[in-house]
Design a binder for this molecule. Structure first.
Ligand code: NAI
Ligand code: SOE
Length: 380
């Protein structure tokens, strides 16, 4: 019989749903010592939170997140709010000794992230950030291939995250659904929202970043604020591109934009090593492209590996070989890994400290874009 782990969810939007789905499905597929219990959800709009709670099976609703953070019957605080609330909630949750699962990016900037890391480490509480793309089986498989040394020395790391949903100049900024355009709620634009994913994956697959040079652009300079009705300057980056040196000597090239007409959420990466290369694409997420120079000459070429066999990461828990899983399963995997680590009294990754490293790269990128200089990540 597994033991209960009581979840207090803060925010009931996109991620509130993705995580709740993860909590509900995980024990149906993974053998674990703990099972999540959906105890309480907090949000300002109690009627909407009640609908959410009824749909997903949360036992109660609170209008103030502080009540959930202080409640004796909650073990884990799951932060699914806009970015400007992550730190305040996490600091309070650490004071109450709760395990904390925080959505990405960790914080508004690295200075805020440092405080969060200090708080969770001082409190000694389990902490993890939802950089879920690590747990897509093809991405985890890429990690296994790199760690096995099959690619040899790495020369290049290339990643893109392209979207097209903010092109209209009439789109307001701020408030529900549009907080990502408001720097006060989001911290930054595509750098913290999208490139943060690419950076987390890159740090995991290819190690630390030494220095960066970046450019950003804000194509629409003013937008009406949804909450105040006033036309205000847009302070986020709509697009960002940066070059970097990794500590292992390889070169990095990253691009993200919300102005790439035709692309909804195109996250891709490619890694070129001495012996082999790999490519991955979120729109075809169960495939890993592999090129190995050591293959027999006439047969040498790109292979497309369907990462659905039982021997591939996580896949033995799902269906039969050849049947794909999707985006939502990355959250189920992250919950499973968290519960496994929790049972062993270990930390699941990425921890707040891991995510702080991503935050430092983001800060260095933004600093470089505004100064026009190469910035050392260690100087941030
Ligand atoms: P959303 O706008 O869909 O939901 C935000 C929720 O926060 C809403 O339920 C809202 O009512 C609630 N909220 C706002 N202020 C609050 C307050 N003062 N007290 C309590 N609740 C409050 O946003 P979404 O897309 O779910 O994003 C939330 C977080 O998840 C962000 O940090 C975002 O960067 C991250 N995210 C991560 C993704 C991933 O792939 N890992 C995907 C989408 C978002
Ligand atoms: C933005 O549209 C967004 O939802 C990001 O906030 C997520 O982190 C990313 O996974 C998908 O796109």
């Amino acid at each position: 019989m597994s033991k209960p782990l009581r979840i207090g969810m803060i925010g009931y939007g996109f991620m509130g749903r993705a995580h709740s789905n993860g909590y509900k499905r995980v024990n149906d597929f993974f053998d674990l010592e703990y099972h999540p219990v959906l105890k309480a959800v907090a949000a300002r709009d109690v009627a909407k939170a009640k609908d959410f709670a009824d749909r997903w099976g949360y036992e109660r609703v609170e209008s103030d997140w502080k009540k959930i953070v202080a409640a004796d019957d909650i073990d884990v605080i799951d932060i699914c709010t806009p970015n400007n609330l992550h730190a305040e909630i996490a600091l309070e949750a650490a004071k109450h000794g709760k395990a904390i699962l925080c959505e990405k990016p960790l914080s508004m900037d690295a200075a805020e992230g440092e405080k969060m890391v200090i708080a969770v480490e001082k409190a000694g509480v389990p902490n993890m950030v939802w950089y879920n793309y690590r747990r897509i089986p093809a991405v985890t498989f890429a990690k296994q291939l790199i760690d096995s040394g099959k690619l040899g020395r790495i020369f290049h790391y290339r990643a893109n995250f392209l979207q097209d949903w903010t092109i209209s100049a009439d789109l307001p900024q701020g408030g529900a659904a549009l907080w990502r355009l408001d720097a006060k709620a989001a911290g930054s634009g595509v750098t913290g929202d999208l490139l943060a994913h690419c950076i987390d994956t890159a740090l995991w697959l290819n190690g630390s970043v030494k220095n960066v040079t970046a450019m950003t652009e804000t194509f629409v300079k003013q937008r009406k604020h949804q909450l105040t009705g006033k036309v205000e300057p847009v302070e986020i980056d709509d697009a960002c591109a940066f070059l970097c040196h990794f500590q292992n000597g390889s070169l990095g090239l990253f691009e993200s934009t919300r102005y790439a007409r035709g692309h909804k959420a195109l996250y891709t990466f490619e890694i070129n090593g001495e012996h082999a290369s790999i490519k991955w694409d979120l729109h075809d997420l169960h495939r890993l492209e592999w090129f190995d120079y050591r293959d027999e000459g006439p047969l040498r070429g790109w292979r497309s590996i369907h990462v659905t066999d039982g021997e591939h990461p996580y896949m033995s828990k799902w269906w039969v070989p050849g049947l794909a899983i999707g985006y939502e399963h990355s959250f189920v995997h992250q919950v499973a890994d968290f519960l496994e680590a929790y049972a062993k009294k270990e930390q699941a990754h990425p921890t707040f400290r891991d995510a702080l490293e991503t935050q430092k790269v983001c800060d260095a990128v933004l600093k470089s874009a505004s100064s026009g200089l190469w910035i050392d990540v260690s100087s941030v």
